[in-house]
Design a protein around this ligand. Sequence first.
Ligand SMILES: [Zn+2]
Length: 630
Amino acid sequence: MVRFPKTSASKLGGLLILTYLCGGPLWSSAQTLTDKFEQLMFSRDKEKQGAIDYAGHSHNDYWQSQPFYTAYYAGMESIEADIFLRNGKLMVAHDAKEIKTENTLNTLYLDPVAKLYRKNGGTAFADKAKKLQLLIDVKENYKQVLPVLVKALEQYGDLFNPLKNTNAVKVIVTGGRPKPGGFKDYPKWLFFDGEVNWNYDAASLAQTGLISADLKDYTDWNGKGLPENIPAIKQAIAKADSLGLRFRFYGTHDSPNAWQQLINLGVYWVNTDHPKTLELFLDQRERSSFQLAKSQSVYTPSFRYDGQDRKVKRILLLIGDGMGLAAVKAAALANGGILNMTQIKMVGLLQTEALNSDNTDSAAGGSAIAVGQKVNNRAIAVDTNGKPLPSVAAVLADQGWKTGAISIGDVTDATPAVFYAHQQERNESEAILGQFQHSTMDFILGGKPDWLEKKKDWKGYTGVSIAKDQINQSEGKQIVFLSDELLKPVKDGRPAVLKQSMLDGIKFLSRDSKPFFLMAESAQIDYAGHANDLNYSVMETLDFDKTIEEALRLADQDPEVLVIVTADHETGGLTLLDSDRKSGRVMVNFSSNDHTNAFVPVFAYGARSFLFRGVYDNTAIFHKLLEAVK
Ligand SMILES: [Zn+2]
């Protein structure tokens, strides 16, 4: 059953009550403290300036395959050793039965610390910003053990003495230990683990290294979702905060969700028996957490013509490369819970397998959408024999449609290429671009391939004009190269070039009132997935969503428009761990740095959008588009 810890201000020492009442900083009225103690004390506000307000604690460290070293190299800044006194020696073991003569505190912990300290030129970690503390859990007879411990530590000069050495490794006694009144019986450089309900005076507080509590005393939480009794948990952490001390819960669940929830509540020391897993989690946390500074407005579609059974004469196919369902949801959560695309009612799920592999690349994924047949990975709209397969753009061009393709990647990248070229190998960029001349496509727009940058004598192609940054509305068939400035990630300041290019492309293709097909690709959602960079992913997806907004506006004015929003595959194996829509904060986990076989969405809006409901293969898009124009 849940027990609530009894905490009340009246149980604290008079000094603390005074400072509580004054509301000022603890030490301003703590006249008795020396400057040295003041230097030693942690101030949470000071730590928060460094923005990192959590670190790992290796609990039950003795059970690691390499005690101390496993946790140390996993970057844990707090490591716990259980000790017994046997024949005058400090032995490391969790249980008296496990004691082995070779496993002394010196050999397993103190000597390795000293060795690494020397190796790093006088700091515990090579990264000088990181500090190390050892928690020594005294399993029995602390009155006999502590004098031996003090003596053992003194053998290492000032390595464990923060009073003399600002880079010292702090030693904190936990388990068997005196109450605060007894701290003064030990050297001032030896610290003790505090409890929430203990009373401290200024001197004992100066010898308190952290505050620990058993989470099971506060909640019977199963580690999933949010813990129960959050107010009691917050109160305990606030008590430590008010004392200027860092907080640790033991008896916690050892999982990413539990770690995250406790960090959210303000726990500093993340307690774990799995330091390597925690290291991965904490390392990824920065790239995997994102908060959108300001949400972007969304358009409310009228649904005026949506789903009407009318022959489609204008198609906008919008492809978010690598945009799986979780990428859409992450962007929606960052944006307060809503996007333009998430308002669309006609929705399908796309299966993205390639011909020769269940995990597709952009070449096979894009080809399947473009030509209606499965092809091998790396193939650009050709079958296994290299035979060209006509794309939906080519089929429609043969029926008199105008066609174009846009990408915020390179013009010869797989996604645009599958609509106008045919190659067995997607890397044949020069051959791919050369095929545009003979294709029936009216324009392509995107980044310039690398080989072209180096080719000083490039003459272009007969009958094809080359434009820079935007479509030349008065020219015919053309290639538009975007300058580097217009291709950088949105998070680095790219303007809304995808949206503008789509609008320019629509204007260009509808010049002589013919039907048109336009593909526009948001290429960098895929790059963000490969980089496991959530900020990148959300900002690219929001940029894509602004482009989608313009497509929806058009479909609300024009009953013959069909808008399809989909993806060629998922990238990054994204899952959503935690979020807060109100503040736009999202936390995710990337399980891969590559493409996965997760479902991707199909959002359809406008004429005959109903054709795109259901669960189907990527090849079906081609056939559904041709059905929509019949
Ligand atoms: Zn990719």
